[in-house]
Design a binder for this molecule. Sequence first.
Ligand code: MRU
Length: 377
Amino acid sequence: MADQHAAPVTASAPLSRTEAVPVVPALRWEDLPEGPVIVLLDQRRLPAAEVELVCTDVPALVEAIRTLAVRGAPLLGVAGAYGLALAAVRGFDVDEAAELLAHARPTAVNLAYGVRRALSAHHAALKDGAGAQEAAAATLAAARALHREDAEASERMAEHGLALLQELVPGGGFRVLTHCNTGALVSGGEGTALAVAGAAHRAGELRRLWVDETRPLLQGARLTAYEAARAGMPYTLLTDSAAGSLFSAGEVDAVLVGADRIAADGSVANKVGSYPLAVLARYHHVPFVVVAPTTTVDPRTPDGASIEVEQRSGLEVTEFPGSGASAPLAPLGTQAYNPAFDITPPELVTAIVTENGVVSPVTEEGLAELCARSRSG
Ligand code: MRU
C-alpha cells in the first residue's frame, strides 16, 4: 500500500470516570513539513494497542476505510471530506479522488455525503475564480466544518436521546442494550447511541450498558467496551445470541443503536444483528431507539429494499478475527454468508433521535420535517 505507515503513539492514560472520548482522536488532519496527512487511530488494533495510521494519499485512506481502520457512518463522512481535501491540497485529481472515496464502502451514506460536500466546495471555489491553492483551502474548510458540525450534532443527540429515555423508561436507572460501536470512535464528538448512554451515565441514570460483542468483527467487544471502560460506565459484554435471554429475563429497558443509512420511509440500515434486536424488542415491549445525525438520512433512497447492503469476505466469519488462516474457526473452504448490515423496517423502530429532535412514531413526513430543519437553519 502506497505511502502509508503506522507509528505507535504514547501509552494510553489510565481509565477515568470523566473521560468521554478516546485519548487519541479517531481522526485528525495534520500539516507536516513534508505535506498534510490524515492521521487515524487504527481501529483494527483496538483494544490491544493504540496505534496511529498516517495516510498521505487517497489510496491509503480508501484502504483504511475498506479494512475498517476508520469506520462508523458519521466518521466515514468526515474521513471522506478530509480525503478530498488531501487530494486537493496535494494537487491530485479531485474528481478521481471523489470517485474512489465515495465508493470505498457502499452502505453508510455519510461517506458519499462528506465527499460530495467537500467536492462541491472545491467546484464552487473554482467557479468563483479561485486558483488551485484557494480551492484546496475551501475544500479543507468544508471538511473542517463537517467535522465540527458532527461534534455539535453528537451533543444535541445526547441531549434529545437522554430526554427520550427519561420519558420512555419512567423511574430512571436505565438498562440499555447496544450493538456495534457508536461512540467517539465513529464521530467528531461523542458519537450517536453511545453518546446517549454517556449522557445517561453522567446524569447518574445508567444502571447497566449491555454490549453485544457484534460478530464477526467484534466492534462491540473491542471498541464499545473500550470506550465504556474509559468512561467508567457500568457495562457487561454478551454474545449476540445471548440477547434473547436477557430480554426474556426482563433485564433490558431500551435498545439504543446507530444507523449507517436511513431511507426516506424510515427504514434503518445498521450493523447486522440490529434487526433481530428490533424484533426481540417488539416482542418484549421494549423501546428500540435509533440515534443518528440527519446526514445519515438519505432522501434519495426511498425504502429499505433500495439500500445497498455491503457483503464482506466470508473469511471474516471462518477465521478468528485478525489471525488469518492460522486460526480457522471452520473447515477450510467453508462458505460464509457475511452481510455487514441489515435493515430494520420503520414499524419496528420506536423513535429516531437526530440532532434536530426526535421522530416517533417513525413516518416519512416526520423524518422529512426533521431533516428540513437542518437545511433551513
Ligand atoms: O462496519 P462498521 O463498523 O463501519 O459499522 C458501523 C455501524 O454499523 C454503526 O452502528 C453505525 O455506523 C452507526 S455509528 C454512528
